[in-house]
Write a protein that binds this ligand. Structure first.
Ligand code: PLP
Length: 459
């Protein structure tokens, strides 16, 4: 037995306390408050096991980094093989074949407008690269992004992000960043027509809230960008690698962007890796001379393990047919969950593209129910989403996330290896917890109505 196995066996059970002592006590407090403080023991495919041997279905998918499933054995084999090969990676003043091979594979699968790749180690870093290179290539400084968008938490990416819970307290953010309403071409046209905007960055499906664009929006945005000399940047960090039923979500609309950011699932969840795919015009506009040959980069970005994990992940997506599987299972999930809109007053909408799925709750139609909803929401915005997410975890052993701060949207982005049976199980569990949340609301409403009625009678 190696020292690592011994260490994990000996100290693994201390994870929560150790984390609280050394990393983030507030986060551990949060986990304990909502009862998500399970000591985890093992993971495989779409499952997590706690130390007591309970199996949980993971439809949170590590925030979308486990498209090929947790601890995928074929990605692991490739990484082990790479370690054993003792390859001459990261020479820095020299190049190796692995980054170029991964770049070739990515470009082969991407739209023809993209001809060069710059590697990074995260989604936020890919976005940072898009901003920097976009500014240099156009000689413009303004950067536009869509309201409700999320592009990462480093300062540049954050400047393009809407979520106030992440932006306030960290200002001033970078100058030159502005938001335009999501799914609105008129607003975008007004802004771009000044012909001084370097790039417009947009998620094809917004991760926060799982907002799916209207037909024509992304195509129209691309066309406006072309017309006014703005680079069109599609952020595929979350939607990439089969998540929406296509390898890249942009394929749904036949987009040909100037810049595409990817990360998360590219490494199969093993190693941090990200990339910026760009047109040769963007590349030529930045890396335009010998002194500018190394204008942007990061020491660890094209490291061997990340490159091998990327190559292995792309092969795995093909070999297991995971992109098509995601499309098919996404349809099944919608088919099984859309009836909840009719069944429950609390369900406003069920939406999804591939295995990027969400259920949105909203106030019921009756006056008393609506009033109670408003009271609860005023006190704790987004509480109803917790009334779904928390019992899914405790009663059904399904790990899921709320789709954003203070919003009543619950979101699923499971590993694409999830089975048909588990989709059925998830839909049945959802029916149960939404039904219970609704009954709780209505029994409280009944109590409020009754006590109001009694008070009216006394008056
Ligand atoms: C669309 C999008 N862009 C960028 C990011 C940032 O990626 P990372 O967390 O790898 O920095 C995320 C992360 O959730 C994302 O969803």
């Amino acid at each position: 037995m190696g020292w690592l196995t011994e260490l994990v066996e000996e100290r693994g059970g201390e994870a929560l306390d150790l984390h609280a002592q050394t990393i983030n006590p507030q986060f551990v407090r949060l986990l304990r408050t909502i009862g998500f403080d399970r000591p985890w023991a093992r993971a495989e495919g779409a499952y997590l096991w706690d130390v007591d041997g309970n199996r949980y279905l993971d439809v949170l998918g590590g925030f979308g980094m486990f498209n090929v499933g947790r601890n995928n054995p074929r990605i692991r084999e490739a990484i082990v093989e790479a370690l054993e090969l003792e390859r001459p990676g990261s020479v820095q003043l020299g190049v190796d074949s692995l980054p170029a091979l991964l770049a070739e594979d990515l470009l082969r699968r991407a739209p023809g407008s993209l001809e060069r790749v710059l590697f990074t180690s995260s989604g936020a870093e890919s976005v940072e690269a898009a901003i920097k290179l976009g500014r240099a290539a156009t000689g413009r400084s303004r950067v536009f992004s869509a309201e409700h968008g999320f592009h990462g938490l480093t300062l540049g990416a954050l400047s393009a992000t809407s979520a106030s819970e992440f932006t306030t307290r960290f200002g001033p953010l970078l100058p030159g960043f502005e938001k335009v309403p999501w799914d609105d071409l008129d607003g975008l046209q007004q802004q771009l027509s000044a012909e001084d905007v370097a790039l417009f960055i947009v998620e094809p499906v917004q991760g926060k809230g799982v907002n799916i664009p209207s037909q024509g929006y992304l195509e129209g945005a691309q066309e406006l960008c072309r017309r006014y000399g703005t680079l069109f940047c599609v952020d595929e960090v979350q939607t990439g690698f089969g998540r929406t039923g296509r390898l890249l979500a942009l394929e749904h609309w036949g987009l040909e962007p100037d810049l595409v950011t990817v990360a998360k699932s590219l490494s199969g969840g093993y190693v941090p890796v990200g990339a910026l795919l760009m047109s040769s015009a963007v590349y030529d506009g930045v890396f335009d001379s010998l002194p500018n040959a190394v204008s942007h980069g990061s020491t660890f970005a094209p490291n061997d393990l990340a490159m091998v994990a990327g190559l292995a992940t792309l092969r795995e997506l093909d070999a297991q047919g995971l992109v098509g599987r995601g499309a098919r299972l996404g349809e099944l999930l919608l088919e099984r969950t859309r009836p909840l809109v009719e069944r429950y007053e609390l369900v406003r909408e069920v939406r999804g593209l591939g295995l990027m799925w969400a259920i949105e709750l909203g106030p019921p139609t009756g006056r008393a129910g609506r009033a109670l909803w408003r009271t609860v929401e005023a006190r704790q915005p987004g509480l109803f989403a917790q009334l779904v997410a928390v019992p899914l975890f405790h009663d059904h052993h399904i790990l899921i996330q709320v789709a954003g701060h203070a919003m009543n949207v619950v979101k699923a982005i499971p590993p694409l290896v999830i089975s048909d049976d588990e989709i059925e199980r998830f839909a049945t569990a959802l029916d149960d917890v939404v039904g219970r949340a609704e009954r709780r609301l209505f029994s409280s409403t009944a109590r409020v109505t009754l006590s109001l009625g009694r008070r009216a009678l006394r008056a």
